[in-house]
Design a protein around this ligand. Structure first.
Ligand code: GDP
Ligand code: MG
Length: 598
């Protein structure tokens, strides 16, 4: 029977441990791609194609592997979506699998994201097959890493494959282990259809393309399918698999991973995590959906060219299609015009969304500095939620302000524990615990205002630990803090997009630094621009951007052509992301200036 020969698996890893390289090797070894078409990071390059709008999103590939037992096995390699290793994206891919290859760098050992991914895999009851990669490196210490896997994760690693994805060592052994150890899919083919939507993409010709894992039953073109969350029905137009190009099939059955199109034009109808069944023979219960994730960080997104406002909305809607954590609603800024207040899970998420909007949808955007969500109790007793610093009520109306706190877990080599603790203390952290994971690594746990993490904590952490520290955090609740709104005035007018909420102890320094930073970043214009930082009506810092000097390159000595060219190019690039506010041209950098303070 077909199911016996199906193996559905993912590859999970900390970033840079070799997930993409291993996926390439597996594709190559199973001859899924002709050797001449083989290029580094095949999955990733597919991703780029999709980004340019040529192909639809691809993240589950069907491969055929002829095992040593003589049988042909059908592998579905489910890639965790290309962009970043967001835990929630990984999680929904894992729900479509029975097994996971856990790739660990033989020189680096277990890192924060390794653990996070393993926990998700365990949550999904997956069989975990450890792979110790990069054994070709001189610094590789596979025995230590094997011990770490057993000690820290607590799974048997005695049969972990010692591999080098780069030099092709151990690949066959990995494929054999997939056959032997990843369980075959269960699920009754004769039961009513029950399929999980684990990803989706929009294609202008075919409408929404759903990536599904069929748990029970069979789905065929021509049938009426039903989305269980909202009861909407559609006629199935096409089903198929990716290999890696899309290949149409007559059906997908329990155990299969593939795609479905059904002429679905309204993006909002399809939710990742939803269950598909058949209208005339529905299953009784939907699969457990995904955990709803709420944004924790908000920023304003504005088109540089205000005529792109509708495009921005459409693009956000498309991204939201497979990213339920992304939220947005219209907002207006006096300085920036019409845009969207957009909610993200964290800074990484925010970066990726901005990049995707610009790369995939060709938008030029200005993003304001991110903010957490404050709870403000007003003097009249009312409690309001503030996700945009410029909306903070006047000081006189505020009784108290509460801010979100996180529990931050920092994993760091013991040499850097002191540096990490120093940093945490400076960021208003309260020490909680410290544990030695082994003789090298320490887990340092602090309770800290989330706003400090958003500021520049992560960058500082990396630079203070030579990049060795990793950070995870979870929100633990709200606490009252002595916070004030810091405003910036250009030409005597408050620029709302520059307003931030800061701790009173830091307000004076932040104001001064921000003012002098803006002076550096905002290019000189035809006239002088006074810059002021204020709290309430109190000016705490002032400086002036001097008037324009005609030729930016005039200062440079004549002969150095290449340097002159570089400067001009740099200036041109900078131009793209400028927004005129009143009569002042402000570059994107300026809106983020508040994030990189000392
Ligand atoms: P990912 O972030 O987990 O997808 O990691 P990549 O596959 O992109 O690999 C990160 C880096 O490690 C790349 O520069 C790879 O060439 C390199 N790399 C991957 N596997 C190996 C290996 O087995 N040995 C060595 N020396 N380098 C590797
Ligand atoms: Mg990769």
């Amino acid at each position: 029977e077909r199911q016996k020969r199906i193996r559905n698996f993912s590859i999970i890893a900390h970033i840079d441990h070799g997930k993409s390289t291993l996926a390439d090797r597996i594709l190559q070894q199973t001859h899924s791609v002709a050797d001449r078409d083989m290029q580094a990071q095949l999955l990733d390059s597919m991703d780029l194609e999709r980004e340019r709008g040529i192909t639809i999103k691809l993240n589950a590939i069907e491969l055929t592997y002829k095992a040593k037992d003589g049988e042909d096995y059908i592998f579905h390699l489910i890639d965790t979506p290309g962009h970043v290793d967001f835990t929630y994206e990984v999680s929904r891919s894992l729900a479509a699998c029975e097994g996971a290859l856990l790739v660990v760098d033989a020189a680096q050992g277990i890192e924060a994201q390794t653990l996070a991914n393993v926990y998700l895999a365990l949550d999904n009851d997956l069989e975990i097959l450890p792979v110790i990669n990069k054994i070709d490196l001189p610094a590789a210490d596979p025995e230590r890493v094997q011990f770490e896997i057993e000690d820290i994760i607590g799974i048997d690693a005695s049969e972990a494959v010692h591999a080098s994805a780069k030099s092709g060592i151990g690949i066959e052994e990995i494929l054999e282990q997939i056959v032997e150890k990843v369980p075959e899919p269960q699920g009754d083919v004769d039961a009513p259809l029950k399929a999980l939507i684990f990803d989706s993409a929009y294609d202008s010709y075919r409408g929404v393309v759903l990536n599904i894992r069929v748990m029970e039953g069979v789905i065929r073109p021509g049938e009426r399918m039903k989305l269980m969350s909202n009861g909407k029905e559609f006629e199935v137009v096409e089903v198929g698999i990716f290999s890696p190009s899309p290949i149409q099939r007559d059906f997908l059955m329990a155990g299969d991973v593939g795609y479905v199109t059904a002429n679905i034009k309204t993006i909002q109808d399809t939710r990742v995590g939803d269950t598909i069944t058949l209208a005339n023979n529905p299953t009784e219960e939907a699969l457990p959906g995904y955990r709803k994730l709420n944004p924790m960080v908000y920023a304003g997104l504005y088109p540089v060219d205000s005529s792109d406002y509708n495009d921005l909305r459409e693009s956000l809607e498309r991204l939201q299609l497979n990213d339920a954590a992304l939220q947005f609603e219209p907002e207006t800024s006096q300085a920036l015009g019409f845009g969207y207040r957009t909610g993200f899970l964290g800074l990484l998420h925010m970066d990726v969304i901005q990049e995707r909007l610009e790369r995939e949808f060709g938008l030029d955007l200005i993003m304001t500095a991110p903010s957490v969500i404050y709870e403000v109790v007003k003097t009249d007793g009312e409690t309001i939620i503030v996700d945009n610093p410029s909306m903070m009520p006047d000081n006189t109306e505020v009784d108290k302000i509460l801010e979100p706190y996180v529990k931050a877990t920092i994993m760091v080599p013991n040499d850097y524990v002191g540096a990490v603790m120093d940093l945490c203390e400076r960021k208003r952290g309260n020490f909680l615990t410290m544990d030695y994971l082994d003789e090298y690594r320490v887990n340092v746990v602090y309770e800290m205002p989330m706003a400090e993490i958003i500021f520049d904590f992560f960058d500082k952490l990396k630079s203070n630990t030579k990049g060795y520290a990793s950070l995870e955090y979870e929100v633990i609740g709200y606490k009252q803090s002595n916070l004030v709104k810091l405003d910036i005035l250009l030409n005597g007018e408050i620029i709302d997009a520059f307003s931030t909420i800061v701790h009173r102890d830091f307000a004076f320094n932040r104001g001064k630094e921000l003012a002098s930073k803006l002076k550096e970043i905002i290019p000189r214009q035809m006239f002088e621009i006074p810059v002021q930082a204020t709290i309430g009506n109190k000016v705490i810092a002032r400086t002036t951007i001097k008037a324009y000097r005609k030729d930016v390159t005039a200062k440079l000595y004549g002969g150095d052509v290449s340097r002159r060219k570089k400067l001009l190019e740099k200036q041109k690039e900078g131009k793209k992301r400028m927004k005129s506010v009143g009569s002042v041209e402000i570059p994107q950098e300026a809106f983020m200036a508040v994030l990189s303070m000392d």
